[in-house]
Design a protein around this ligand. Sequence first.
Ligand SMILES: C[S@@+](CC[C@H](N)C(=O)[O-])C[C@H]1O[C@@H](n2cnc3c(N)ncnc32)[C@H](O)[C@@H]1O
Length: 240
Amino acid sequence: MTPKAGTLYGIGVGPGDPDLITLKALRVLERVPHIFASCSTKNNYSLALNIVRSHLNGAGLEHLPFPMTRDAQVLEEAWDRNARRVLEVLATGSDAAFVTLGDPLTYSTYGYLLKTLKRLQPEVRVITIPGITSYNAAAALTHIPLTEGEESFYLVSGAMGAARLREVIDTADNIVMLKTYRHFDDIYQALEELNLLDRATCISLCGLKGETVVEDLRHLKGKRLPYLSMIIIKKKGRGY
Ligand SMILES: C[S@@+](CC[C@H](N)C(=O)[O-])C[C@H]1O[C@@H](n2cnc3c(N)ncnc32)[C@H](O)[C@@H]1O
């Protein structure tokens, strides 16, 4: 008799501090026999896995390699391969977890994995457990309210430089820009042009070794940011 397929738990483990894992996530992580985490094809490193490591009870750990490319076909092949591997484990009857940094449905490989799983096997059982996002943790660290009253709040990506920032700046009251590290020069220039340097705060490695908060972005001019960096911009100022 074929075993009843297991359930996949898509788990957000928070942005770095292992104490920022939810109780719900913890309970699943303590009991699932198999844990997946994505890693780059260049190395076997997963920060999400490192964050949860101290909470595990001997689960099997497996990296799912995702290439760092924008080539849609290469990416699709990788998601397909990885989703098939997850389905293979679930088909044995074992539950499994896929851990991701922050929240699993916010700029995360989990979204792609989920779509591919559903396409390959629409009846697959998946439970998603939300996680504390990097910008929620950064707001708490800096005591910066993300949005108040009738204000708007935009979450944008800096992966293409300042383009998204320029798109939303006229209507946004508050902006959080993630993925700022690769094109920080361009983002800095845009903030300067838009007179926002005094209204922006840069938070790097929140909750992790090397955590930094820079309130005067001029100190960062020409510098390289760590991969885990974001900028919180409050158009009306920080309020203090
Ligand atoms: C692929 S996105 C992942 C976002 C994540 N799913 C979340 O909920 O926050 C990666 C970006 O998130 C931000 N990030 C994630 N963790 C961070 C941390 N501990 N400190 C600062 N920024 C972080 C950085 O902007 C980084 O480039």
